[in-house]
Design a protein around this ligand. Structure first.
Ligand SMILES: [Fe+2]
Length: 384
């Protein structure tokens, strides 16, 4: 996150003795990129190094769909099984060295585990459902259409208030785009969203003893550890690094007389990929405009598109929850008839919501993706 935020009690000066009820509080510097990136200072009731037990290690290497070829794909998340756990058991579909895109369908309920991703920041998109995100920084209430951005290393858990479906994107350096921020971190006029749209954590301190199981994830597996105190034992923190949420219905799309490129929908930047959001908006309004995307071939990128809700303007045969992967080097764009039918919609309202991940390096598919792939999709532009 790019602006200063504070919750709870913090001492007047950092790196000084801080007492509360005769207890010496333990300061943690939680930061990225060595000691030169964004960071926050957290004040714990217990030393955050204190571990009661080292539990099991479980390998979790992603299995690649070998010989998938090089073509466009359509994956149906509706055909995926439920996940037993949103963190341990979400289903990876598309990945490379920079990003892992997974999907999870989870039942109502409070997780008994605490989670921490050591390697990647995480972006959860709430496709369906409702949840309370709980973390060492505090809690955020989540509803359908929320993005939740969690810096790597954050300790957190979820309470799902009903059955929920989540798209999960893991990567590094997930940021509010630089071009939206002024030198002070404020979001400038004309940005896709404003600081006020960002949902910040509300601190809740837990001063409790017991057995608390924490799972630390790396790109190779899961390490369980047990703490003898509640991990959310922070009484105050401040800084620039913390989880936050943003709802897609609060985004402010730039619409145009003529078609705007997908870059105007950039929502987050990350290391070697971007996340864009197509949100409800007016169609282009020039009297001769073609208010729909052009045929295009983003040679330098692979394009993953998750269809969240509404009428998907350039696509036929796409259902809510489908994911397409359009490969750089193959052309894609409006399907037959879509350009013609778009012409009557100039200046009218389009209600689609879709999440796009555009990667700079080629992605791979997993064996889970193979199971829900529609092999006829590359021919969906063909009419004999
Ligand atoms: Fe595209």
């Amino acid at each position: 996150m790019a602006f200063y935020y504070r919750q709870g009690e913090v001492p007047k000066k950092r790196h000084t003795i801080f007492m509360k009820d005769n207890l010496l509080l333990r300061e943690e510097v939680f930061g990225l990129n060595g000691f030169s990136g964004r960071y926050s200072l957290l004040y714990h009731l217990n030393p955050p190094t204190r571990i009661a037990k080292v539990g099991e290690w479980r390998n979790n290497l992603i299995e690649e769909w070998n010989n998938a070829g090089y073509r466009h794909h359509k994956l149906s998340t509706s055909k995926l099984r439920k996940s037993n756990d949103v963190f341990l058991d979400r289903i990876p579909l598309i990945f490379n060295e920079d990003v892992i895109i997974s999907y999870a369908k989870v039942d109502e309920g409070e997780s008994k585990l605490f989670y921490r991703n050591a390697d990647f920041d995480e972006v959860y998109y709430i496709q369906e459902g409702e949840a309370e995100f709980r973390s060492v920084f505090g809690s955020i209430e989540l509803v359908q259409g929320d993005y939740l951005v969690i810096p790597r290393g954050t300790t957190y858990t979820f309470n799902f208030k009903r059955y929920s479906e989540l798209l999960v994107i893991e990567g590094k350096q997930v940021e509010i785009p630089r071009q939206y921020r002024n030198d002070y971190g404020q979001l400038i006029e004309g940005s896709f969203y404003y600081n006020r749209d960002i949902k910040l954590p509300n601190l809740k301190t837990f001063n409790e003893k017991g057995d608390y199981n924490l799972v630390v994830k790396t790109s190779e597996g899961f390490q369980s550890i047990t703490l003898d105190y509640h991990p959310f034992d922070v009484i105050g923190w401040d800084g620039y690094l913390y989880p936050f949420a943003l709802n897609v219905y609060d985004l402010e799309p730039i619409t145009g007389k003529l078609h705007q490129p997908p870059t105007v929908y950039t929502t987050f930047t990350a290391n070697n990929f971007v996340i864009c959001t197509f949100v409800p908006r007016l169609f282009d309004y020039h009297p001769n405009s073609v208010p729909i995307s052009y045929y295009h071939d983003n040679v330098d990128a692979d394009e993953v598109l998750f269809y969240s809700s509404g009428q998907f303007m350039s696509r036929r045969g796409i259902s809510k929850g489908d994911i397409t992967l359009h490969r750089g080097g193959h052309v894609h764009g409006p399907q037959p008839g879509a350009v013609e039918s778009s012409l009557s919609k100039r200046g009218s309202y389009n209600d689609e919501v879709a999440v796009m991940v555009e990667t700079q390096r080629r992605v791979k598919l997993t064996n889970y993706a193979k199971e829900v792939d529609d092999p006829s999709y590359p021919l969906s532009w063909y009419i004999p």
